[in-house]
Design a binder for this molecule. Structure first.
Ligand SMILES: Cc1ncc(C[n+]2csc(CCOP(=O)(O)OP(=O)(O)O)c2C)c(N)n1
Ligand code: SF4
Length: 318
């Protein structure tokens, strides 16, 4: 696998994340996951929003699009619908996904488009110097805030559950081995997968630090982070026709998602199989079923549907 891993390493771009940033663990876990899955780099497209986390596609040798703030999901959705053969990975910060992009975050769950959405959850807006993000609990004061957070924090896993995501997991940036396995599961899941990754930002979030996640302040030698799978918890729906099983599993997942404090679970909270948006479109639109957009334009030898020549003429530098 070592040679495969090299395929995904972008060596020529300077990485400017701060020393000790959790983003490094997420980056290497994504590269390791893709290498393990043996997906050729040209079959993967990564999309990101704006933020420190948004730079991830620059550092991975796949196709990549660094989009607008909060707009990662629409770009990723469009690409998947245009070419369903692509493996789509969307990444971004908690401000990007759960703040400015919140409407799109919900939409992806409702549609159940096949994509893996990895959100780097550090409780702050890292790139713009540490303002409170939507996941920072109310009343907390990180070092870059002048006063305690005036807003309450949201629980992104619980939001994802009610939005309809069919795979919901949480991982930790400094447990790269577990994170890699979680990314593999999210990528392999057919449908909308949300992976929330707890990502220490040592520059701006001095509360949720690596030491805090390790439980060093508790004096018990027990890390806060623990793995759901080690406890016998099972959030996977077995019978997808059974509404009562779905309701029961969702209820149990919702309760588990409330746990935060001295103990913080990571792992798969919920998983079900449900028809994806692409499959629904295929049933509804015969032309789409015959050829999604990428194939329709490229493979039929016909004139492209959009003529970009007038636009190019307008932009021509004389
Ligand atoms: C429309 C728009 N509004 C605001 C900004 C400024 N801005 C850039 S990054 C960012 C927040 C990034 O925070 P987060 O998504 O949590 O990512 P992190 O940097 O923590 O990885 C903001 C507000 C912008 N680029 N575009
Ligand atoms: S500001 Fe925070 S999130 Fe951004 S690179 Fe530095 S440590 Fe990482």
């Amino acid at each position: 696998m070592a040679s495969n891993l090299k395929l995904f390493r972008e060596e020529e771009v300077h990485n400017d994340w701060c020393p000790g940033c959790g983003d490094f663990g997420i980056l290497s876990a994504i590269q390791m996951a893709l290498a393990d899955l043996a997906i050729p780099p040209h079959r993967v497209t990564m999309f990101s929003g704006i933020g420190c986390s948004g730079k991830t596609p620059h550092y991975i040798r796949t196709y990549g699009v660094h989009t607008l703030h909060g707009r990662v999901v629409p770009f990723a959705t469009g690409a998947k619908l245009s070419n369903p053969e692509l493996e789509i990975i969307a990444v971004g910060g908690d401000g990007d996904g759960y703040g400015i992009g919140a409407g799109h975050f919900l939409g992806a769950g409702r549609r159940n488009t096949d994509m893996a959405y990895i959100v780097y959850n550090n409780g702050v807006y890292g790139l713009t110097k540490g303002q409170a993000s939507p996941t920072l609990k109310g009343g907390l004061k990180t070092k870059s805030l002048p006063q305690e957070n005036i807003n309450e924090g949201i629980n992104p896993l619980a939001v994802a559950l009610s939005a309809g995501y069919t795979w919901i997991g949480r991982a930790y940036a400094f447990d790269a081995k577990h994170l890699k396995e979680m990314i593999k599961m999210a990528v392999q899941h057919k449908g909308a997968a949300l992976l929330d990754v707890l990502q220490p930002c040592p520059t701006y979030n001095n509360i949720h630090s690596k030491d805090w996640f390790a439980g060093e302040d508790l004096g018990t030698n027990n890390p806060r982070i623990y793995k759901l799978e080690a406890t016998g918890y099972n959030g996977v729906v077995d019978n997808h026709q059974d509404d009562s099983e779905i309701a029961a599993k969702k209820g149990a997942a919702f309760i588990k998602m409330q746990e935060w404090g001295d103990k913080i679970p990571i792992g798969v909270f919920y998983q079900e199989n449900r028809i994806t948006f692409e499959e629904k479109l295929r049933k509804r639109l015969p032309s789409y079923a015959a050829a999604p957009l990428s194939k329709a334009v490229l493979n039929q030898g016909t004139k492209p549907t959009a003529d970009v020549q007038p636009l190019l003429e307008q932009l021509r530098v004389l």
